[in-house]
Ligand binder design. Structure first.
Ligand code: C5P
Length: 237
């Protein structure tokens, strides 16, 4: 298992807001019903370490989704700067290259046994083949995802963020210990919002996801705790 360990509950609720009071009250309300929460760059740029701490005080593991991408020295400095916050998961863009990812992994080691999992973002799901070609990456996006995931593993990273449809291929190629963090999850019958290639939580878990990142189906529910518990129940069924 990971150095910090992921709890038995694979659900991380994405708190996509810059409202600290709302994020904090959601995190408190979800304690015991989810495995953790995700705070992104929007929240962190707006509310900073102080806002982060207010949310983390709820006691849930935090995935700090900052998607770092810069020269190795700067990314290592960014990781080091957030270690005192004790996030459970941090991430970087695999496109930053092998040396950058190695620098991120090494910086995280400085937290010792409490180190966060360091995860790579491969190809943003907002990019299709045409968008990738315009950046000079030719070929199928799925091949590029695999190439970057292998590079992440070589750099010593713990896993990747991937779409539910990439789980099986990545699991097959990268082995059982490589963490797969999966957004774009929708409980059966829920509003899909702007997500296009969705999957139910139970199906994504059955395919081999380690963490399910779920936002609006929980945060947009009249009773977020009840929604999270219904999703957990669907996993146990
Ligand atoms: O509300 P929803 O469940 O769609 O939220 C999913 C979360 O996962 C959001 O924070 C979103 O930014 C993130 N994400 C995603 N798709 C990706 C990568 C990240 O939806 N490919």
């Amino acid at each position: 298992m990971s150095p910090k360990g992921l709890s038995m509950n694979p659900i991380f609720c994405a708190l996509d807001t810059i409202d600290e009071a709302r994020a904090t009250s959601l995190a408190r309300g979800l304690r015991g019903s989810v495995g953790g929460v995700k705070l992104g760059m929007e929240f962190f740029y707006a509310r900073g370490p102080q806002g982060y701490r207010a949310v983390a005080e709820a006691g849930l593991p935090v995935f700090l989704d900052l998607k770092l991408h810069d020269i190795p020295n700067t990314v290592a400095g960014g990781i080091r700067a957030v270690l005192p916050l004790r996030p459970a998961i941090v991430n970087v863009h695999a496109a930053g290259g092998l040396a950058m990812m190695r620098a991120a992994a090494e910086a995280a080691q400085e937290a010792g046994r409490e180190r966060p999992l360091v995860i790579a973002v491969t190809v943003l799901t907002s990019l299709d083949e045409t968008d990738l070609a315009a950046t000079g990456v030719t070929g199928a996006p799925a091949d590029h995802v695999l190439r970057l995931a292998h590079l992440a593993a070589k750099a010593g990273l713990d896993g990747v963020v991937c779409s539910a449809h990439e789980i099986e291929g990545l699991r097959r190629e990268l082995g059982p210990d490589f963490k797969l963090i999966v957004p774009g999850i929708r409980p059966a019958g829920s509003d899909i919002g702007d997500q296009k290639r969705i999957m139910t939580p139970a199906e994504a878990l059955a395919r081999g996801a380690d963490v399910l990142v779920i936002g609006r189906p929980i945060t947009g529910a009249a009773d977020p705790r009840e929604a999270a518990e219904a999703i957990s129940a669907s996993l146990a069924a």
